[in-house]
Write a protein that binds this ligand. Structure first.
Ligand SMILES: C[S@@+](CC[C@H](N)C(=O)[O-])C[C@H]1O[C@@H](n2cnc3c(N)ncnc32)[C@H](O)[C@@H]1O
Length: 287
């Protein structure tokens, strides 16, 4: 049975990167995975793949509307595990001092790198997404300046950000996710990265778990979810943060930036920095 199709196009240079951003926006509501893979570094040639539901008859048309002169290829993917399929063989990602890599790239670590080993799996967060890379970069900067003691990674996915915070500070990090499968993966990844004693996983929707109330207030909260839930969570972010504490927010499109900042300013936050990456922004705000 075919339940998913890979629709893919090939392009070069700025044009293909712009098209990738356009398609991410176009398919944002569908939640389809979209991968940008380098085919030829010298020629700056990339392939964009969209993993769409097989019964979605509009997906190809929508790609055509964004790229009328580009050949669209189609591959049926019977019963495929898309996460594994789309991420296998991807290169390690560098963000600040962190190098997020798979098992096979352990030997790429250099002297000053902080390695985070994550295999493609059931939870989001291999570092290949601009939001994860943005959070990792800002985490490095804040931890250097602010020396946080109590930290929360809300929407932890693979635990990539919780592992980064634990490795840099050697202090406890609470890692929560709405998805119990992600929490299981998060705990396992923390153990593989030798911070299993520091990273505690809990299933929670937003702040709704007693473990969060018990660990609060935090000095640093990182939340890479989406703009709308982040705006809804602004009052609780404030209530769970020490005065002078920091939040790092991502999963926000460039055009949603001002609305998210406004929601947090209304709760007494101050905007410190915006880091744009691949059409997404990562925000640093302080209470
Ligand atoms: C974009 S992924 C981020 C994963 C990882 N933190 C990273 O930066 O790569 C968002 C994660 O947040 C979780 N999530 C979404 N809404 C949430 C909510 N309201 N409360 C807790 N977790 C949530 C999702 O299940 C998913 O694992």
């Amino acid at each position: 049975m075919v339940d998913q199709v890979r629709l893919f196009v090939v392009g070069e240079g700025k044009a293909v990167r712009d098209l990738h951003r356009t398609l991410e926006t176009l398919f944002e509501e569908d939640g389809y995975p979209i991968a940008l893979v380098e085919l030829d570094e010298a020629a700056d040639r990339h392939e964009i793949s969209i993993y769409a539901d097989a019964e979605d008859e509009t997906a190809e048309e929508r790609i055509r509307s964004a790229a009328p002169d580009t050949e669209i290829n189609r591959e049926d993917l019977p019963e495929i595990d898309w996460v594994t399929a789309s991420l296998q063989g991807l290169k390690p990602v560098r963000a600040g001092r962190f190098l997020v890599h798979g098992h096979h790239d352990r030997d790429r670590l250099q002297a000053n790198d902080i390695g985070i080993e994550i295999e493609a799996g059931l939870a989001f967060g291999t570092g290949h997404h601009g939001t994860t890379a943005g959070c990792l970069t800002v985490i490095g900067e804040i931890i250097r300046r602010e020396n946080p003691r109590w930290m929360l990674d809300l929407g932890t996915g693979s635990a990539v950000l919780a592992i980064a915070m634990a490795k840099l500070t050697r202090r406890p990090v609470l890692a929560t996710d709405i998805d119990p499968v992600a929490v299981r993966v998060a705990v396992e990844n923390a153990r593989l990265n030798h911070v299993g004693d520091l990273v505690r996983g809990k299933t929670a929707v937003g702040f709704a778990n007693n473990a969060i109330a018990a660990a609060a207030p935090f000095d640093l909260i990182v939340a890479n979810i989406l703009a709308k839930p982040l705006m809804r969570l602004a009052p609780e972010m404030r209530n769970h943060l020490v005065p002078g504490g920091s939040v790092i927010l991502s999963g926000i499109l460039q055009r949603q930036r001002n609305a998210v900042i406004a929601a947090y300013v209304a709760q007494g936050f101050r905007h410190v920095r915006t880091l744009p990456l691949e059409g997404w922004v990562t925000l640093h705000l302080k209470r």
